[in-house]
Design a protein around this ligand. Structure first.
Ligand code: ADP
Ligand code: MG
Length: 432
């Protein structure tokens, strides 16, 4: 085993990519080791938002990887290099929201379907309250509204580090409003949202049929608008087409710029596939990108899902994804999205000639453990079930067991041609 702390650290990062393909990104390579002693591993991150993301979404993968590489329990902590300075800024500006590190303008592919939405978001974020106010972005699910809103906040924070920003989903707004009523803290609630430079609220269709929240939102809107503070909103439909919203609200939503996002064209989808593959450090051939873009039409989230599946299969081996590989691995799974864990258990038990009850039992003989781990691995890559749900189907095992299994099979897949062939065959049978 590697003894030198830096080597251990690098091995941990490589292991994380195998254990947690969903969250792994190529920028993990730019993380650096701060300290490693006494069972505490401190990792430097480029900024406080990525540190937040790692701490909240990736901590399980890092902890397990550190444990596997070192052979003992390790506590992992993420620091941003200039944490002290950043946290002061965060305190003075009251930013308590988290921005997803992938959701930047740089990572947003612009095409005819979203050009206006993108351009207006960029304009607004560089000059709050002076261009389009409010800015209202709408489109159906999975077309990049939330991505753009994150990018607006990130860009505004970059260009105006002292700006007061609130960014939340409309559902959170409603929930916080309700709890402020319950706790008798309405004045604090009002001042929190009415005194900002930028208020960004995602999915305002959530205000439907919530009369009292609509009323509160109306007054918040007016206070900000009169103050020339920037307002950015998103919804799944145009202002006038959100059922039950009163005219006085929808007419205000319309008084700035309303930008629609449409489903992306084939060319834009290809560019998005390539962009997402680059983010994960995956090599993908042009034909494979075209194949995926042809399979996934309406919802870009499915592109992300397809790439996660492929990443789980090739890991960080550097293997180029060809069209044939993508076709076999994704099979019909993009058109027939109803693969269940039961389908997977059925295929695996038939293939290895074991009983489903054995997979769910506590038995630990190799002839049972391997098919069980393969089930977990395939469930992870072919369905969108969580680690907990997968563990639940396989005898109530916890998420770390599932994650461990996925890591082990992913490794075997790279080191053993036999296992690789079995996985390809099983994937074919399941997706048929
Ligand atoms: P919405 O909020 O409209 O439902 P999201 O913003 O959550 O959609 O986007 C879904 C996924 O698609 C995200 O992973 C996002 O990064 C990605 N996505 C959407 N549009 C684009 C784009 N133009 N370029 C790159 N990624 C995109
Ligand atoms: Mg969204």
């Amino acid at each position: 085993m590697a003894q030198d702390a830096k080597e251990i650290f690098e091995a941990i990062i490589e292991r994380v990519k195998v254990l947690d393909p969903v969250n792994s990104r190529s920028w993990f390579d730019s993380l650096s080791l701060r300290t490693f002693n006494g069972g505490l591993l401190e990792i430097n991150c480029p900024d406080s938002q990525s540190a937040h993301f790692l701490q909240s979404d990736c901590i399980n993968g890092f902890t397990l990887a550190a444990q596997q590489i070192t052979g003992h329990l390790v506590t992992v902590k993420f620091n941003s290099e200039n944490t002290d300075q950043k946290s002061k800024t965060a305190k003075s500006t009251g930013t308590d929201f988290r921005l997803h590190p992938d959701y930047t303008f740089d990572n947003f592919v612009v095409g005819p379907c979203n050009r206006l939405a993108h351009a207006s978001c960029v304009a607004v974020s560089k000059a709050l309250g002076t261009t389009y106010n409010p800015l209202f972005i709408y489109g159906t699910v999975g077309l990049g509204k939330t991505h753009l809103l994150h990018a607006v906040c990130r860009e505004a924070l970059n260009s105006l580090p002292n700006a007061k920003i609130q960014f939340l989903s409309c559902e959170e707004f409603v929930n916080r409003f309700i709890s402020a009523i319950g706790q008798g803290s309405l004045p604090e609630f009002k001042s929190q949202y009415r005194t900002v430079d930028l208020l960004v609220i995602d999915d305002v269709q959530f205000l439907q049929e919530r009369d009292q929240s609509q009323e509160e939102f109306f007054h918040t809107f007016n206070a900000l608008y009169n103050n020339r503070s920037q307002i950015v909103l998103s919804a799944d439909a145009a202002p006038g087409e959100i059922p039950t919203l009163p005219e006085r609200l929808t007419s205000r939503f319309k008084c700035g710029l309303v930008a629609r996002i449409d489903a992306p064209s084939y060319e834009t989808r290809i560019a998005i596939v390539q962009n997402k593959a680059r983010l994960r450090g995956m090599k993908i051939s042009d034909e494979a990108s075209e194949y995926i873009a042809g399979q996934v039409k309406a919802n870009i989230r499915e592109i992300e899902g397809a790439l996660t599946t492929l990443y789980a299969l090739v890991g960080n081996s550097g293997q180029e994804i060809t069209k044939d590989f993508a076709r076999v691995a994704l099979g019909d799974s993009q058109t027939d999205k109803n693969i269940t864990i039961t389908d997977i258990i059925k295929a695996v038990t038939t293939y290895y000639d074991v009983r489903p009850a054995d997979l769910q039992s506590k038995k630990r003989s190799q002839s049972i453990t391997m098919p069980r781990q393969i089930c977990m691995y395939l469930a992870r890559s072919l369905t969108s079930h969580s680690l907990e749900e997968i563990g639940g189907h396989l005898g109530g095992r916890d998420h770390t067991t599932v994650m461990h299994a996925c890591g082990k099979i992913a490794e075997l897949e790279q080191s053993s041609e036999k296992i690789q062939a079995q996985l390809v065959e099983l994937t074919k049978r399941i997706t048929k």
